[in-house]
Design a protein around this ligand. Structure first.
Ligand SMILES: N[C@@H](CCC(=O)N[C@@H](CS)C(=O)NCC(=O)O)C(=O)O
Length: 279
C-alpha cells in the first residue's frame, strides 16, 4: 500500500507528519497524522491511536491537544486519523455536523449508500492499524487507543473488541452509550438501520457487560461543565456497566471544564502517562 507524505514538521525532537493513502475500506483518499518521538529513530516505539470527535479532521488533535511534548519524553508514537471518508459525495452527506462527513461514528455501515464507504470501524481497527504497523517505526504489539466524544466511543468500542491489538484504553468525554443518546441514535439508525438489536455491537456499556475487559483500568476524564454531559455523554451509564461487570474504571469528573480541546489539552499528559505505564 502506498502512502504519500503531505507534511512533516520537527516537534520536540521528533517529527509530526501528515500522510495520505488510498483506503480499501472507505474507497477514498484518507489522511492521518503520525507523531514519531525522537526514540523512534533508534528503534520501534509503542503507539497510541487517537480518535477525534464530531466535525474533526486529522488536524484538530495535532494542533490543539498539545500531546507532542510528553509523547517525545515518553518515547511513544501518536496516530490521529480523520473521522469519516471525504469526497464520496453521497446525497446529504454534508447536511449536518453529526452525520455523514466528519461523523463516521467508527462503525461499519450496512445501509445504502453509506455501506460502501462509511467503514470507519474496519478502517481503524484493521486497515490503518496494519498500515501504521508496517510503515512506521512502531511496535504494534504495544498499542493503545484513546479518543474524545464520538472518538471516545470509538476508542472504547474498538479497544474492547480488540484486546489483542489494543492493550490500553482511555477517553475524554466519551459517548458511552450511543444506543441511549440523540447523537448515537441518529448515527446508528442512519448507518445500521432501525433494528436496534444490530446496534449493540457499537455500545461500550453493552460490550463491557457482554465481554468485560481484563486490561488495565479504563481512564476517563469528563468536564463538569460540558454542554453535552447530561444529554449525550451520560458517564453514569459507564459507571454502572463497569460496576456490574467488575471492570476497573477511573472516571475523573473535572469541575468547570467544557467539551473543548482546552479541556483535552489540560489532561492529555495524564492520559499519555497512563498508557505509557501499561504498554
Ligand atoms: N458543532 C457542534 C459540536 C461539535 C463539537 O463540539 N465537536 C467536538 C467533538 S464532539 C470537537 O472536537 N470539535 C472540534 C474542535 O473543537 O476543534 C456544536 O457546536 O454544538
Amino acid at each position: 500500500m502506498t502512502m504519500k507524505t503531505i507534511s512533516q514538521n520537527k516537534s520536540f525532537g521528533g517529527t509530526q507528519g501528515v500522510y495520505s493513502h488510498e483506503s480499501a475500506e472507505t474507497g477514498c483518499t484518507m489522511r492521518f497524522g503520525v507523531y514519531l518521538p525522537p526514540a523512534a529513530g533508534k528503534g520501534p516505539v509503542p503507539v497510541l491511536f487517537w480518535l477525534s470527535g464530531l466535525t474533526c479532521t486529522e488536524e484538530n488533535f495535532i494542533v490543539k491537544a498539545g500531546a507532542q511534548r510528553v509523547a517525545a519524553e515518553l518515547g511513544i508514537a501518536l496516530v490521529a486519523p480523520d473521522t469519516s471518508p471525504r469526497g464520496l459525495d453521497y446525497p446529504g452527506d454534508s447536511d449536518s455536523y453529526d452525520f455523514g462527513v466528519g461523523a463516521g461514528f467508527y462503525v461499519d455501515a450496512v445501509k445504502a449508500p453509506w455501506s460502501t464507504g462509511y467503514r470507519m470501524y474496519s478502517y481503524i481497527a484493521k486497515e490503518l492499524f496494519e498500515l501504521v504497523a508496517g510503515g512506521f517505526s512502531v511496535e504494534a504489539s504495544r498499542a493503545g487507543i484513546f479518543g474524545h466524544s464520538m472518538g471516545g466511543h470509538g476508542a472504547l468500542t474498538i479497544g474492547l473488541k480488540h484486546p489483542d491489538r489494543f492493550k490500553t484504553i482511555s477517553a475524554f468525554a466519551p459517548i458511552v452509550s450511543p444506543t441511549r443518546c440523540p447523537w448515537g441514535e441518529k448515527a446508528l439508525a442512519g448507518y445500521l438501520g432501525s433494528d436496534r438489536n444490530t446496534w449493540a455491537d457499537y455500545d461500550a456499556t453493552l460490550l463491557i457487560k457482554r465481554h468485560g475487559w481484563s486490561g488495565p483500568e479504563l481512564l476517563v476524564d469528563q468536564g463538569g461543565d460540558d454542554q453535552f454531559l447530561a444529554s449525550q455523554l451520560k458517564p453514569e451509564l459507564l459507571v454502572a456497566a463497569c460496576a456490574e461487570a467488575k471492570v476497573p474504571l477511573n472516571l475523573r469528573m473535572q469541575p468547570g471544564y467544557d467539551h473543548s480541546y482546552f479541556f483535552i489539552s489540560s489532561f492529555i499528559e495524564d492520559h499519555l502517562r497512563h498508557h505509557a505505564a501499561h504498554l
